[in-house]
Design a protein around this ligand. Sequence first.
Ligand SMILES: *[C@@H]1O[C@H](CO)[C@@H](O)[C@H](O)[C@H]1NC(C)=O
Ligand SMILES: *[C@@H]1O[C@H](CO)[C@@H](O)[C@H](O)[C@H]1NC(C)=O
Ligand SMILES: *[C@@H]1O[C@H](CO)[C@@H](O)[C@H](O)[C@H]1NC(C)=O
Ligand SMILES: *[C@@H]1O[C@H](CO)[C@@H](O)[C@H](O)[C@H]1NC(C)=O
Ligand SMILES: *[C@@H]1O[C@H](CO)[C@@H](O)[C@H](O)[C@H]1NC(C)=O
Ligand SMILES: *[C@@H]1O[C@H](CO)[C@@H](O)[C@H](O)[C@H]1NC(C)=O
Length: 368
Amino acid sequence: MGKVSILIYITVAVLILFLISYSPSKPSNHRHRRLKLRSNFTFSHQVRPHHDPVPFDPIVADLELRREDRHWERQHMEHAHPELLSPQPEWEDFADAEDYLNDEERFNVTDRLVVLFPRIDVEPADGFVTEHELTQWNLQQAEREVMHRTQREMDVHDKNKDGFVSFAEYEPPSWVLNADNTSFGYDMGWWKEEHFNASDADGDGLLNITEFNDFLHPADTKNPKLLQWLCKEELRERDTDKDGKVNFKEFFHGLFDMVRNYDEEGHNSSHQFDDSMEAPAKKLFAQLDKDGDGYLSDVELLPVIGKLHPSESYYAKQQADYIISQADADKDGRLTLAEMIDNPYVFYSAIFNDDEDEDDYEYHDEFR
Ligand SMILES: *[C@@H]1O[C@H](CO)[C@@H](O)[C@H](O)[C@H]1NC(C)=O
Ligand SMILES: *[C@@H]1O[C@H](CO)[C@@H](O)[C@H](O)[C@H]1NC(C)=O
Ligand SMILES: *[C@@H]1O[C@H](CO)[C@@H](O)[C@H](O)[C@H]1NC(C)=O
Ligand SMILES: *[C@@H]1O[C@H](CO)[C@@H](O)[C@H](O)[C@H]1NC(C)=O
Ligand SMILES: *[C@@H]1O[C@H](CO)[C@@H](O)[C@H](O)[C@H]1NC(C)=O
Ligand SMILES: *[C@@H]1O[C@H](CO)[C@@H](O)[C@H](O)[C@H]1NC(C)=O
């Protein structure tokens, strides 16, 4: 080998090294994005203004819940036993957890998807995850989270530890009592005995965990008494002229828009009250007004109450639809494992760092 060819060889090698170290990261779905545990937690889940996406991965869900528990404990102690509180780092405790999620050797999203796929692809197990299967999966995750939070609340309220919450045991948190009554509107009714009684399905004066969970999440209940209470609350909120009924005007400016949004699943969420909307609104109003007296009563709201208060299933389906729209490369409406692996961060997008990912705002918009 001559000197020249060695020189060429070295030059090429240096050039390649240079290219490798300076090439910008590939702008593909695989580019590394830092996963972040969500830090927000509020006591006021009953007044939640928007619905957070549920973590796709149970490991992430567990980490988030543990962090939330810690946060919650701290708020509870601040309130109940300020004397016991030591200034303790709270977020720092979970820095390790976040590092874990972002350590590809320990938490490899490809491997996670491989493990989770057969747990989602069950109806039937045919190598495709359908919208229904993904919805069911999301729903399971959501229910697990909701029940965990309910259990936590129950532990606090069930003072005699008999596994039931009595009305006397249930005290609203101080922020509710201190709150300016008018700013809560509908939620002020939340704490009332009527709500408690409606949640008490078997009428024994005590709420077990199921009934207490319904109490906290009436939109997801199957208890007809509680659904009717929800309709009553809705009516009280909408009834601006306080005549105990909802007239067309009260229906059109508020309720109708919510029903319409639900039906359109937010695909077109321009909220416009032009004359063109009045005809369909009148039509729906007439359908709901069973006794034809020109007003809607609480029972007449029952057919649409699920649209006014969307359930976890609704959000689970929305989240499934979003994920499929993003990852379904061949547009056959379902996902293969390969499609999932090609778009791993779609599944973990609920825990993206918002600051770094402008393009994820669109996603969050869907879950308002
Ligand atoms: C977290 O909560 C704070 C106020 O408590 C709010 O300003 C912020 O926007 C919230 N962030 C997210 C990601 O929801
Ligand atoms: C993640 O796992 C896949 C499949 O097991 C493997 O090909 C890939 O190299 C792993 N990534 C890292 C960063 O370890
Ligand atoms: C809110 O209403 C309750 C009774 O309904 C009353 O006792 C309390 O003083 C009111 N609080 C405020 C801040 O107006
Ligand atoms: C709730 O039920 C109890 C009996 O279990 C009853 O004494 C009370 O009056 C009821 N309250 C309301 C507001 O319906
Ligand atoms: C709670 O009580 C209801 C009846 O009111 C019953 O259907 C449900 O199974 C009970 N839940 C548990 C966990 O025992
Ligand atoms: C959304 O609604 C507006 C009118 O409210 C209409 O002009 C527009 O075409 C709709 N867009 C879609 C995508 O349906």
